[in-house]
Ligand binder design. Sequence first.
Ligand code: 16G
Length: 243
Amino acid sequence: MIDKQSPIPIYYQLEEEIKSMIHTKQLKPGDLLPSEREFAEKYAISRMTVRQAINNLVKEGLIYRQKGKGTYVADKKFEQDLSGLTSFSEDMRNRGLTPSSNLISFEFIQANEQLASILSIAPTDIVCRIKRVRLADDEPVAVETVYSPQKLVGDMNYLDFSDSFYDYVEKKLHHKIGFGYQTIEAAPASDEEVKHLNIPKDSPVLVMQRTSFLQNKDQTPIEFATSAYRADKYKFKMKMKRD
Ligand code: 16G
């Protein structure tokens, strides 16, 4: 409802009204919003005021304009903060979502030159390779492959860490994970990712590669992970400081 007697600006009240329609799913992702004229007539307010509210919601990313067609409700993306070294499970719980995994494969294999150099091990050393689909509230959001040296994780089996790899390392092996390096790049989804993420062929994914290290004197690498996140579901944010 719009209260014209209220000291709260009308454009702001309309913004809140539209947000609540999105929140209560009266308007769903992909739905066409009423036109400026329709809003103006419905609430007996000026089109300028409607435009101001719509512009603010576009800036917030809640809705988007399509030239010549109209304004649509955007698909809400998961926003992930990149300033902390968190696990997938922690990221999802922080958003009030329930994390889970579907195992694709779990095996011990011999490292190659590239893995050996990333993980500071010999190319003949054995690494554990864990491939999982990561889900949030039962919806697949990422396909992830983690490599970890056998000499650090031991002869574990999948049930040892089926909830969280980081929990296994920190709570069962009592290692402290200290820091990591991560890159992000866009790529077309592979056939495997298309299948597991249930997305159309050639959809973009955001590929993150992370190397994490233990908080010990040698700063031992504990994992090299590649995760392909659904680009239509994810956006990443970071705090930047100007020196
Ligand atoms: C994230 C990490 C991955 C880590 C996993 C542990 C990225 C790109 N990857 O997915 O490196 O192994 O979390 O999650 O962020 P878990 O403890 O829930 O298994």
